[in-house]
Design a protein around this ligand. Structure first.
Ligand SMILES: [Fe+2]
Length: 364
């Protein structure tokens, strides 16, 4: 079983896990074969990815840090709240508190797992799916940093609403595919202030959560905005959200560039540690990311190719790989598994793209 983004689905792929709508309705039953109509409908409904059967990864092996149900519900709630705000109404803070509590509960239960967040979003949903991803990634980082429940709540709410101020910005500027002019860029740079002003009007949102929205574009070396705060003058919560925000943005397709792989995004974030981003937050953050998620196809320095069937929490960049193709890319008569955390001389040469995987096996 592999998780596949909607835009990478093809007809005749078999659904490995039942797909639910945000209101709990069943959209597609496990075991059904996809056709063009199903794929289109999934996209129309804002579903970002689904599980598809394959012969390499056992169906029970992929465990998510957050269930699809909670993820979809939270994206829906963020979408609803942003629309309400655009109409000048107030946030439904009660719903937001409940959703963040649910996220924290799931993440605490699954704190032994790594994030297998690959390419799992639809473009239309960018801001909403991004907000939820940033909240999940930030809360996981907070758990690693041994935050207590109150801290996780403050962090989670601020992370989920960090870009709230964007609802005050003209959509023509926000979605502009070309370069922004100076005034437009200045306006975009006001979204932290707008978000802060909106959040502090709500009594049941902590002022610290509001400060996350205010400070998430500040940078460790003082080169951020809006106030050029630096180092520990930036709230630690905001430093965590800054890491999650940068990382998740790199994984998304944007109008001006295609997405980076997890491996590339992790390397970029690591390189920013100590200049743009706080080293401690980056380290805590990366300890939760499966650099090569389950279902990835890897070419190794041995010349062999395999699929990631499990990950090691202690060594997120050294997964367990089932070798299925030999040096000449011929399928092996008998596959075998190797644990990269125990074999330091074997390195990952390349992560195969969707197209290369299709060429390897007509199963996809
Ligand atoms: Fe932002």
């Amino acid at each position: 079983m592999r998780r596949i983004a909607i835009h990478n689905l093809a007809t005749n792929m078999i659904v490995a896990r039942t797909v639910y709508a945000s209101d709990g309705r069943i959209l597609l039953h496990e075991g059904i074969a996809l056709n063009k109509d199903y794929i289109k409908r999934l996209g129309d409904l804002g579903i970002i990815s689904i599980y598809i059967r394959d012969k390499f990864v056992e169906d029970d092996n992929i465990k998510d840090v957050v269930s699809e149900k909670i993820r979809v519900e939270t994206i829906q709630a963020i979408r609803d709240n942003f629309y309400e705000l655009e109409k000048g109404r107030r946030l439904n803070t009660k719903r937001i508190h409940t959703l963040v509590n649910n996220l924290i509960d799931e993440l605490l239960i699954n704190s032994n797992l790594l994030v297998n967040l690959a390419d799992i979003r639809s473009f239309d949903d960018y801001t909403f799916a991004h907000s939820v991803n940033v909240a999940i990634l930030s809360i996981m980082t907070g758990i690693t940093m041994q935050y207590n429940e109150l801290q996780l709540k403050e962090l989670g709410i601020g992370a989920l609403l960090h870009d709230l101020g964007k609802t005050k910005i003209d959509v023509n500027i926000l979605n502009k595919p070309d370069d922004l002019n100076k005034e437009e860029f200045e306006e975009i740079k006001r979204h932290p202030q707008y978000g802060f002003d909106m959040l502090r009007k709500h009594d049941d949102i902590s002022l610290l959560s509001a400060h996350i929205a205010f400070q998430h574009h500040e940078r460790w070396d003082g080169h951020g905005y809006p106030r050029q705060l630096s180092g520990e003058k930036i709230l630690e919560y905001a430093r965590i959200v800054a890491v999650a925000d940068v990382y998740d943005a790199l994984l998304a397709d944007r109008p001006y560039r295609p997405s980076y792989s997890i491996n590339q995004a992790s390397t970029i974030v690591k390189r920013m540690a100590g200049t743009f981003l706080d080293v401690n937050c980056v380290d805590a953050f990366l300890s939760n990311i499966a650099i090569f998620p389950i279902g990835s196809f890897l070419e190794l320095n041995t010349g062999e190719t395999g699929v990631v069937v499990d990950v090691n929490k202690e060594m997120p960049s050294r997964p367990i790989v089932k070798i299925i193709y030999g040096k000449d890319r011929h399928p092996l008569f008998k596959s075998h598994e190797i644990d990269l955390s125990k074999l330091s001389t074997i390195t990952v040469k390349k992560v195969l793209t969707g197209q290369e995987i299709s060429l390897l096996s007509n199963e996809f």
